[in-house]
Design a protein around this ligand. Structure first.
Ligand SMILES: Nc1ncnc2c1ncn2[C@@H]1O[C@H](COP(=O)(O)OP(=O)(O)OP(=O)(O)O)[C@@H](O)[C@H]1O
Length: 340
């Protein structure tokens, strides 16, 4: 549905050039809730704004269905943008207009018939659960309510795609959760493809089925959210999930008493099995848990443990072989054994 190919963006300024995006390639399928996560300055806003050409790419293509948005003329771009709604961190509502008028704004520009417009505004207020605030002004609304109005306005023209630029970053955790639920229900019931940029891991975990991790203008990892975050390979991805092995004291890992120190990752139902107990019992070794955590992404569980193993090389090798046969991911952090 959205196919970004070889996308570059370079900002030119007095102090030189900034390469904000470097060869971005992403495919977002119809019906996805696609998250793009990165630290401040990574290029998230630039990337999402290139999707509707609020920012002009320097090079590359952004295909929406089969049209390259980069090549559209002004009139074609205006038509295309009706298919792409957008919401922002600070809502961008018109402060002198009430909820009804804010939501009706894009319909007015499209010269909707007055009766049709009133009907559509009522439908939208119903979708975002704000019927009782129809005549309230933005200053009379909470942050969450303002974002609901912004969502209603973004949906007014029946877009196929909704772009969310840090849409929950200004909201408290409970309000964030209710806005994410609303976005998920809009995705499911209206079939709208959602692209969201965020620096909040919780947002990705709660609603995104796919994720791309952006760092210094490049995508460093992407895929199904569960796969990317249960088996992260890039240090930036690991930092978002606060990988247990990153936080562990090096002295503990280097302790010569441990023959080997491993980081093991359990996925899905394996996270609930007593595998450490089994390796101690069946392989006659000692297993000392040094760090651990359990996580959940959209109802699927995974766990990480850092374990110091003590015993003969053969027994430890057999225990690790058993874990791998059981589908557990085992990574060696430190080996002190006699043979290698
Ligand atoms: N209009 C601009 N002119 C010059 N440089 C810019 C401009 N907009 C962004 N940049 C630079 O491009 C890089 C990417 O910025 P961008 O705003 O896309 O990052 P971000 O990941 O959205 O960061 P944040 O989360 O802090 O908003 C940064 O180095 C930024 O300083």
């Amino acid at each position: 549905m959205i196919d970004i190919k070889g996308l570059y963006k370079t900002y030119t300024g007095k102090e030189g050039n900034t390469e904000a995006l470097k060869n971005i390639n992403l495919r977002i399928e119809k019906g996805d809730i696609f998250g793009i996560i990165g630290l401040s300055g990574a290029g998230k806003s630039t990337l999402i704004r290139c999707i509707n050409r609020l920012e002009e790419p320097t090079k590359g293509s952004v295909f929406i269905e089969d049209k390259d948005i980069v090549k559209l003329n002004d009139g074609e771009l205006r038509d295309m943008r009706r298919n792409i709604g957008m919401i922002f961190q600070h809502f961008n509502l018109l402060s002198r207009k009430n909820c009804r008028e804010n939501i009706a704004f894009p319909l007015k520009i499209m010269k909707y018939d007055k009766r049709e417009m009133e009907k559509r505004v009522d439908e939208l207020l119903d979708i975002v659960d704000l019927k009782d605030k129809k005549l309230s002004y933005p200053s009379q609304l909470s942050g969450g309510q303002k974002q609901r109005v912004a969502i209603a306005r973004a949906l007014a023209t029946n877009p196929k795609i909704l772009l969310c630029d840090e849409a929950t970053s200004a909201l408290d955790p409970n309000t964030t959760s209710s806005i994410l639920k609303l976005l998920k229900s809009i995705n499911e019931t209206l079939g709208i493809t959602i692209v969201m940029i965020t620096h909040q891991m919780e947002v990705i975990k709660e609603v995104c089925n796919k994720v791309a991790v952006i760092s210094d203008g490049s995508i460093v990892e992407q895929g199904n959210t569960y796969d990317v975050f249960s088996k992260p390979s890039h240090p930036i991805t690991k930092s978002f999930i606060k990988d247990v092995s990153l936080n562990i004291d090096r002295n503990i890992i280097d302790d010569p008493e441990n023959t080997e120190v491993v980081r093991i990752t359990f996925l899905d139902h394996k996270a609930k099995e007593p595998l450490i107990y089994k390796i101690i019992k069946n392989f006659d070794i000692e297993a000392n848990i040094l760090a651990g955590q359990m996580n959940s992404i959209q109802g699927r569980t995974y766990g990480n443990l850092v374990v110091g193993l003590r015993g003969t090389d053969e027994k430890i090798e057999a225990a690790i072989g058993y874990l791998k046969d059981e589908g557990i991911i085992v990574e060696e952090l430190k080996y002190n054994g006699s043979s290698n």
